[in-house]
Write a new protein. Structure first.
Length: 285
């Protein structure tokens, strides 16, 4: 009977930006191995000139539905260009050095289909450093309130393509380098909706010493200022929370400086006392 026909599965577009990272082959295999059947895999080669990376892409070329080669323009441009070429109702961003458990896409789509208020689906994360597990992280998720002062979802998450189109996509201006995910999620949620966190460990994130996050860590306050000014109306609506957060940051920075000063004073004092301690130990013999 016609009434028993199953609804066709929505298409998921998995977008994998890559710049000089041979791990991209594993990311592609992670997308291929998803139990969700209806998907396309898009790799954006963002100006890679590393032979191992090019070899890795070539090794999985038959598994890639769309391969985009571009000059090195950064992750935001690579993601936007990949999404522009996509045909899926849902977008899953996947960084080239990370991977999902096989059931993530299937479980994420189920969340979207049962709750139209969900704008982002993320999950618990296993973090590794130099191949060693360093702990499990669970993002906060929630509505825009949880995203005002920190990112409450993982960069590699799923969202609807129509929502990406409404926001205008990822910020491509250089001043926001490193905070693209956070700023994009603010765009997604500022007019309603929330991020849902699947309470399972379904994502594996590799921390690298030369990653963008590590390189721009000392510019965090400058990036936060950029976000506040770009979304001035949002922070004006939450002015008291903003003031409270800024004072918390000042107090923390002051405490960190004091701690460093105390450590320096302690080390200096210990160094100055060492000759006297050595002399005292000699005369006691």
């Amino acid at each position: 009977m016609q009434g028993n026909k199953k609804k066709p599965l929505s298409l998921i577009s998995v977008v994998i930006p890559c710049h000089n990272d041979p791990n991209v082959a594993n990311a592609v295999k992670s997308a291929v191995n998803q139990t969700y059947v209806n998907k396309e895999i898009i790799v954006v080669n963002d100006g890679s000139d590393d032979k191992d990376t090019l070899k890795a892409i070539s090794s999985v070329r038959d598994k890639i539905d769309i391969l985009i080669d571009q000059e090195n323009k950064g992750q935001s441009v690579a993601r936007n260009n990949g999404i522009k070429r996509s045909s899926g109702s849902y977008i899953l961003n996947l960084d080239s050095d990370d991977y999902f458990e096989n059931s993530f896409c299937e479980k994420a789509v189920m969340v979207f289909e049962r709750d139209q208020d969900v704008k982002i689906v993320t999950c618990k994360v296993n973090r590794t450093y130099h191949g060693q597990d360093i702990g499990i992280f669970e993002p906060a998720g929630g509505d825009i309130k949880n995203f005002l002062f920190a990112n409450a979802a993982v960069g590699s998450s799923m969202f609807r393509k129509k929502d990406w189109e409404t926001t205008g996509g990822y910020e491509e201006n250089l001043p926001i380098l490193g905070f693209e995910d956070w700023e994009f999620y603010i765009q997604l949620l500022k007019n309603g909706g929330h991020a849902y966190v699947i309470p399972e460990l379904l994502f594996h994130y590799q921390i690298r010493e030369n990653s963008t996050t590590q390189r721009i860590r000392h510019l965090r306050q400058e990036k936060f200022k950029y976000i506040i000014l770009k979304h001035k109306d949002l922070y004006q609506k939450n002015f008291e929370e903003l003031v409270g957060n800024l004072f918390e940051r000042i107090e923390k920075e002051s405490g960190d400086k004091k701690k460093i000063e105390n450590e320096i004073t302690y080390r200096l004092g210990k160094a100055l006392l060492k000759p006297f301690q050595t002399f005292r130990s000699i005369i006691r013999k």
